[in-house]
Design a protein around this ligand. Structure first.
Ligand code: ADP
Length: 495
């Protein structure tokens, strides 16, 4: 028996008066409730009807009207019944509805009405404070990998589509967090596009998840353009994430083998050297949505708002997992931790709840934290075991600068790349960050274009270099201090 069924049964047996059953697919939920209470009388209310022939004179179907009849007409025994309320989002706040539900709940609690449960079914229902005491919440369990696999298999059989096991596995993984209705709709859309199912249909799944994320204000879904091949250097980090990808995308087999679910990574170091780029490339490699958590948006104006926002962000990322949750410039968000006063208290509590979640996390949310200032990171965060690994990103070495030049010249002027003397450029850019290198290439391309030339030359880039300053000069002290800390703390080098 599924956990949800067990829980509902337990709540029925223990005579809990009101259950809020949070589901997307109402019809399925109602079926399940009926199955679990086969001998009870079912009274089902929705905006359009009240399904119970024993209620007389019900020409007005409003929820408060039905509840008043049930409450006031003693001849209508509620004993041994299940009162299912659907579509209640707009009605639950009505004072009459609250009043009747409260009185009925009290009667059930006191044993005046035996074997009766009121179940409110639906999504986004905010229970009024007056009823909180009587309400127990049950959330629908997400479909399992196997259940999603069966839906895909059935769809393929119905439409005579050939999809090999590997593809079905990849799609099942990407569909996690969505309900059956959405899965079938997306499969139908993918099939309508080109008459088959392919790995590229994952984009449709990501788009659907993006729309879910867009409805909330706490997270933002970042488009995935950059891949691991767009990162010059950082080979050790790339090797590490490639290994994690094998686990992430074969999670069922990995778990069975005894491998832990990957938690995440902290990438700290010099600005403009590929930390954000790596976060994006990780999600791209994992074929998973990238959700950016903006701490600025999390911090609310009202008491408890920040914690509630953090809870929402975590819940949302878990509900659309597998995904990558990216917390950019985490040190900014946590800058209040060591201070005092109201703000510091909030950040402390936020950090606490975040770390607890990270520690206990069982979902497939891979956390990527990026930080420009490692001296500002609280020790609890960088303690071993919180994340799977902590990487330090330094200014690129010679070999890395060569790769970064190649990437940025190739992305803008692929035709010219063979004639550019990379060795010369690399020698002149000691102490430049990846972003600096991109900057000089951009500058050279722009100059060549505005001078009506048909290609760029090594000299164009050398001129751009001569007009710029390396980051190592601009941020000399900060970078030196950072390198010192990184060595002390024994972070792993991303190079
Ligand atoms: P940060 O480390 O501050 O997060 P970013 O990853 O945002 O820096 O880098 C800014 C831009 O600089 C990137 O979008 C990319 O174009 C370029 N860049 C930085 N590092 C690299 C790198 N190692 N390889 C290729 N491009 C890089």
């Amino acid at each position: 028996m599924s956990k949800v069924k067990e829980k509902i049964n337990r709540y029925f047996d223990a005579a809990f008066p009101i259950i809020l059953y949070k589901v997307i697919e109402e019809a399925k939920a109602v079926e399940l409730l009926k199955e679990l209470a086969p001998s009870r009388r079912i009274i089902e209310w929705s905006t359009s009807e009240c399904k119970d022939t024993t209620i007389p004179n019900l020409d007005d179907y409003t929820l408060d009207n039905m509840l008043s009849i049930l409450y006031e007409d003693a001849s209508l025994e509620l004993r041994n019944s299940l009162l299912i309320i659907k579509d209640s989002v707009s009605f639950i706040d009505n004072p009459r509805v609250i009043g009747y539900l409260k009185r009925l709940a009290q009667m059930i609690t006191d044993g005046e009405i035996e074997d009766c449960t009121i179940v409110i079914v639906g999504q986004n229902i905010k229970i009024p404070d007056e009823l909180e005491l009587y309400v127990s919440i049950i959330e629908d369990e997400p479909l399992t990998h196997e259940e999603i696999g069966k839906i895909i298999e059935q769809f393929c059989a119905d439409y005579e589509i050939i999809a090999d096991k590997q593809l079905q596995y990849i799609l099942s993984n990407a569909f996690k967090g969505l309900c059956e209705y959405d899965i079938i709709n997306i499969l139908a859309l993918a099939y309508a596009n080109d008459g088959e199912l392919t790995e590229s249909d994952i984009d449709l799944i990501l788009e659907h998840k993006r729309q879910i994320v867009q409805r909330t204000s706490v997270l933002e879904m970042v488009p995935l353009k950059e891949s691991i091949h767009d990162i010059g250097g950082l080979n050790s980090l790339k090797e590490w994430i490639t290994k994690k990808e094998k686990i992430f995308n074969n999670i069922e087999a990995a778990k069975e083998f005894g491998v832990d679910i990957p938690k995440g990574v902290l990438i700290a170091g010099v600005p403009g050297c590929g930390k954000s780029l790596s976060a994006k490339a990780i999600a791209h490699l994992f074929k998973a949505p990238l959700l950016r958590l903006d701490m600025g948006r999390i911090m609310g104006k009202y008491v408890g708002e920040s914690e509630e926002n953090m809870r929402k962000a975590i819940a949302l990322s878990e509900s659309i997992a597998p995904c990558v949750l990216w917390i950019d410039e985490i040190e900014k968000a946590l800058s209040g931790v060591s201070g005092e006063g109201g703000n510091a208290d909030i950040t402390n509590r936020l950090l606490g709840s975040f770390l607890t979640w990270l520690q206990e996390k069982k979902s497939q949310v891979f956390v990527v934290m990026t930080a420009n200032k490692i001296d500002k990171l609280p020790p609890e965060l960088i303690r071993k075991g919180r994340m799977d690994e902590i990487f330090f990103v330094d200014l690129p070495n010679q070999e890395e600068r060569t790769k970064i030049f190649e990437i940025h010249i190739n992305s803008r002027r692929p035709k010219d790349s063979a004639s550019i003397h990379l060795d010369k450029l690399v020698k002149q850019t000691e102490g430049y960050s990846g972003a600096d290198i991109e900057g000089v290439v951009k500058d050279a391309v722009e100059t060549a274009f505005t001078n009506n030339r048909s290609s760029i030359t090594t000299e164009d880039i050398e001129t751009a270099i001569s007009k710029s300053y390396p980051l190592k000069e601009i941020m000399k002290e900060q970078i030196e201090a950072m390198v010192k800390i990184y060595k002390e703390k024994k972070f792993k080098s991303a190079t």
